[in-house]
Design a protein around this ligand. Structure first.
Ligand code: HEC
Length: 120
């Protein structure tokens, strides 16, 4: 019985990898990012809004006071730079004022990046 349920779950996961990932990413975001980051344009909290973050320039969110480190980072938020920053904020932008230790699981990081890309 028990293994039957596991097989069904595994098949379901294999059928819907992209949707499942985007959903996991949203759940992870709610738990680990949403306290500091709103998803609506113009709404900055402890951190800048994540609306439209994918493809934007670092420290480019209007009305948010970024650290000197982020102002000088000169990054474009691609899949790659977002993943690096989320996995290791202080290693990627030394001196950043984002107080977040980093997300260790690369699959989780990818899921969160995929979710960020849905925020327009
Ligand atoms: C404790 C609050 C906090 C948490 C939790 C947090 N952040 Fe941040 N985040 C910040 C702050 C503050 C900044 C501005 C950093 C700076 O200026 O150095 C920032 C900056 C960023 C930036 C760069 C924005 C830009 O316009 O350059 C991204 C991307 C980002 N955070 C994503 C995330 C994601 C994704 C998570 C969850 C995995 C997360 N953050 C968790 C506070 C937080």
């Amino acid at each position: 019985m028990r293994s039957g349920i596991l097989v069904v779950a595994a098949v379901a996961a294999a059928w819907g990898p992209i949707d499942a990932r985007a959903q996991d990413g949203e759940a992870l975001y709610r738990r680990q990012c949403a306290t500091c980051h709103a998803t609506q344009a113009g709404q900055n909290k402890i951190g800048p809004t994540m609306a439209g973050i994918a493809g934007s320039k670092s420290a480019g969110v209007p009305g948010f006071e970024f650290s000197d480190a982020m102002k000088g980072a000169n990054l474009t938020w691609t899949d790659d730079t977002l993943a690096k920053y989320i996995a290791d904020p202080k290693g990627t932008v030394p001196g950043t004022k984002m107080v977040y230790a980093g997300m260790k699981n690369p699959d989780d990081v990818k899921a969160v990046v995929d979710y960020l890309k849905t925020l327009k």
